[in-house]
Design a protein around this ligand. Structure first.
Ligand SMILES: [Mg+2]
Length: 225
């Protein structure tokens, strides 16, 4: 048996769409302009710690609200806004029935990330999760992948599936895992010195590739993107 570690945001759940919804709600509540709402949504899409994002944006908007309060409201609401597709959920079921152990390795705060995992039902479809605020290390730090492996009681071998070249593909490669980069646009590859094992457009597609390729390296095929 081997492990498959999935990223959460914009891999198993539609983080970007949910953050845009949250930005729209927040803009309505605080009478922000359309430009400010767009600026907030863009800032939330940055792959940076959200405490930094909220500190910057809330000070720019000059609202009668602390960055900490805004960040907490965001973490409370996001689990209600994210979705995981039925196809991706079915794919996780298939992988488990094929004998794979599944984990979620995600950067973020426990309340928000665990809230999203439970609200979408992913808690019943995987064997565990490692959240950076709990582990004390953020992807691409090897410690978070090693922590997931220990927690699941499996050697560190198998796959990492995620939408970030920097966090998921580079992070997974560093600890010797095969990697599947989720994307529909491969142009970003030119800006990084990294080669994912495979490329796939969705988790369901990545799962099909893993089932057909197993843990071996021979005859690896990308799904059409
Ligand atoms: Mg991601």
């Amino acid at each position: 048996m081997a492990l498959i570690m999935f990223d959460l945001d914009d891999t198993l759940v539609d983080q970007k769409a949910a953050a845009q919804m949250w930005a729209t709600e927040f803009a309505d509540d605080w009478n922000l302009t359309a430009d400010q709402a767009m600026h907030l949504a863009d800032a939330l899409d940055d792959r940076r710690p959200k405490d930094e994002v909220f500190a910057r944006v809330i000070s720019e908007f000059s609202l009668a609200l602390t960055a900490d309060d805004a960040w907490r409201a965001y973490r409370n609401r996001m689990p209600e806004l994210v979705r995981c597709s039925d196809d991706d959920k079915a794919a996780l079921d298939v992988l488990r029935s094929e004998g794979w152990k599944l984990g979620i390795v995600t950067n973020g705060m426990r309340d928000n990330q665990e809230g999203k995992i439970r609200a979408t039902g992913l808690d019943r479809l995987v064997d565990g999760w490692a959240i950076s605020s709990v582990v004390g290390a953020r992807k691409p730090d090897p410690q978070i992948f090693e922590s997931m492996s220990r927690q699941l009681g499996e050697p560190l071998s198998g796959w990492v599936v995620g939408d970030s070249l920097e966090m998921d593909v580079i992070g997974g490669s560093r600890v010797g895992l095969n990697t599947i980069w989720l994307t529909t646009d491969v142009t970003e590859l030119a800006r990084h010195d990294v080669e994912p094992t495979l490329i796939a457009p969705t988790v369901a597609s990545a799962a099909r590739s893993i089932v057909s390729n197993g843990n071996g390296q021979s005859g690896l095929r990308n799904e059409p993107i």
